[in-house]
Every structure is written in C-alpha cells, then in structure tokens.
Design a protein around this ligand. Structure first.
Ligand code: B12
Length: 211
C-alpha cells in the first residue's frame, strides 16, 4: 500500500497537482506511513523527476515552478509531523541560508524541517542572502552551526567568500560551517574550508549531530 501511495504523491508533485499531492500526503499519514518516507519516497522523488524532465527538455520552466509549488504544499502538510519529535539537541542553534544570487529554496526548507525535527533551533535567513547578512547574523545570534545552500555552479563559489570572511573577522573559532546543494560535494566542502557537507536532508542532520 505504501509504495502505491508514494508513487501517487511523487506523480502529483511532478505534475504540479497541488490538491492531489495534499490529499495523498494526508492519506499516507492517516495510514500511518512514516513521515520521513513520505518525504523521501514521495515528495522528494516527485521534484527530482521534474528536474530530470527539465534536463531532458520535456519540461519547461513553468512546469518546474508548478512542481515546486506542489512540493511546498505537500511539505506544509508534512512539516508538523516531522517537527519536535526528539528535542535531543535543544539549545543548539543553526543559522541557515541560501547564498546570494540563488533562489532555490526547496532543499534548504527540507534541511530545516529535518534539523528542527532533530531538536535544533534553526534561524532561516531565506534565499538570495548577501554575505554581510550571514556575517551580521553570526555576530548577533552566535550560532553553533551555519548552513549554506547553493544550487548552481554559478553561485556555489559564494560560499568560499563567506567562509573566508568569517575567518578573517575571527568569527570561525566556535562556529562550524556546513554546506550543501546539488553542485556541491565533499571535495568542494574541503576546498572552501567547510567543516561538513550534506548530501541530503538526512545526511545534513547526521553531520550536524556530529559537529
Ligand atoms: C525546482 C528548481 C527550480 C525552481 C525553484 C523553486 C524553488 N522555490 O526552490 C525554479 C523553477 C524557480 C528554478 C529556477 C532556476 N533554476 Co532551477 N532547478 C530546480 C531543480 C529542478 C530542482 C531543485 C530542487 O528543489 N530539488 C529538490 C531539493 C529537495 O533537492 P536539493 O536542492 O538537491 O536539496 C537537497 C540536498 O542538496 C541537500 N541540501 C540542500 N541544501 C542544503 C544545505 C545544507 C547546509 C546541507 C548540509 C544540505 C543541503 O539536502 C536537500 C534535501 O535532501 C534543479 C535540478 C536539480 N537537479 O536539482 C534545477 C537547477 C538547480 N536549476 C537550474 C537553473 C539553471 C535555474 C535558473 C537559472 C533557470 C532560468 N533559466 O531561469 C533559475 C535560477 C534562479 C536563481 N537565480 O536561483 C540548474 C542549475 C545549473 C547550474 N548552473 O548549476 C539546475 C541544476 C537544473 C539544470 N540541470 O539545468 N529552478
């Protein structure tokens, strides 16, 4: 039963069918399917498929925007079920943001949902965040971890500048830096001087717990 529902959720997200996506997520939760599986096998699978279709020139930008909207609508239903389960890391603060020039926000939102569910306090700076905003927030909020997201090869190098600036200003001693997003990798994280790289939202939580 689970697999059929996951497929239905995935298809609804890919096709940008918001209402259908919401209905199916509600059904899955009512049937007791694990929220994390609903997220990975349904919602994330659906947007990934939309990405593939885009790459294959079968989807155009408006199709991807519709899929992204369905993704957000489905996540909104799921989010309360992911949050606040453990509370094991209460008091650990994470600042998350997408670097300047980049407006992709789905990946970051997933990571935030998962970190929150693992008990981290997360401050969301949003998308297209200028370097100075990261610096100011680190100064004011004194987080334990800063998470940077970049989803394009054209914006990923912003991370290098942010980390260098944190070093320069002496803000790096008690701060761990985590990076993620499609074009990034462990190798890239090493290159820019980050402490960790997250492949996906689950990995991000594992790495954050380690840090
Ligand atoms: C959806 C999407 C859009 C949507 C975004 C909607 C939204 N609200 O976010 C829209 C349609 C608006 C869009 C616009 C554009 N996009 Co776009 N988009 C995508 C697409 C299909 C999926 C991205 C996504 O949301 N994935 C789902 C999420 C859940 O996965 P994720 O982002 O990988 O995140 C996971 C991990 O990376 C990790 N993670 C993410 N963040 C972080 C952060 C930390 C700290 C950690 C530890 C982990 C972590 O965990 C997440 C969850 O598992 C990708 C294709 C792809 N393969 O990614 C292209 C893609 C990223 N886009 C691309 C492009 C080119 C664009 C545009 C320039 C197109 C245009 N011509 O206008 C614009 C750019 C606008 C801008 N300035 O940012 C290219 C980038 C190519 C490149 N240069 O690298 C891609 C790769 C598509 C392609 N193959 O060409 N896009």
């Amino acid at each position: 039963m689970g697999d059929g529902l996951y497929q239905a959720i995935s298809k609804a997200v890919t096709e940008g069918e918001e209402e259908e996506a919401i209905k199916r997520v509600e059904e899955a939760l009512k049937n007791g399917l694990p929220p994390i599986e609903v997220m990975q096998k349904g919602i994330v699978a659906g947007i990934s498929k939309a990405g593939e279709l885009w790459k294959a020139n079968e989807y155009f930008l408006p199709d991807v925007i519709m899929a992204a909207d369905a993704f957000k609508a489905a996540m909104a239903i799921l989010k309360p079920r992911l949050e606040g389960k453990e509370g094991a890391r209460k008091g650990k603060k994470v600042v998350m943001g997408v670097v300047q020039g980049d407006v992709h926000d789905l990946g970051k939102s997933l990571v935030i949902a998962m970190l929150t569910s693992a008990g981290f306090e997360v401050i969301d700076l949003g998308i297209d965040v200028p370097l100075q905003k990261f610096i100011d927030t680190v100064r004011q909020q004194k987080p334990d971890i800063i998470g940077l997201g970049a989803y394009m090869t054209t914006t990923m190098l912003e991370m290098k500048g942010i980390i260098a600036e944190l070093e320069k200003l002496g803000l790096r001693q008690n701060l761990k830096v985590m990076v993620g997003g499609v074009p990034t990798s462990q190798e890239f994280a090493n290159q820019v001087g980050a402490d960790a790289w997250g492949r996906d939202a689950l990995d991000a939580v594992q790495k954050a717990l380690k840090l």
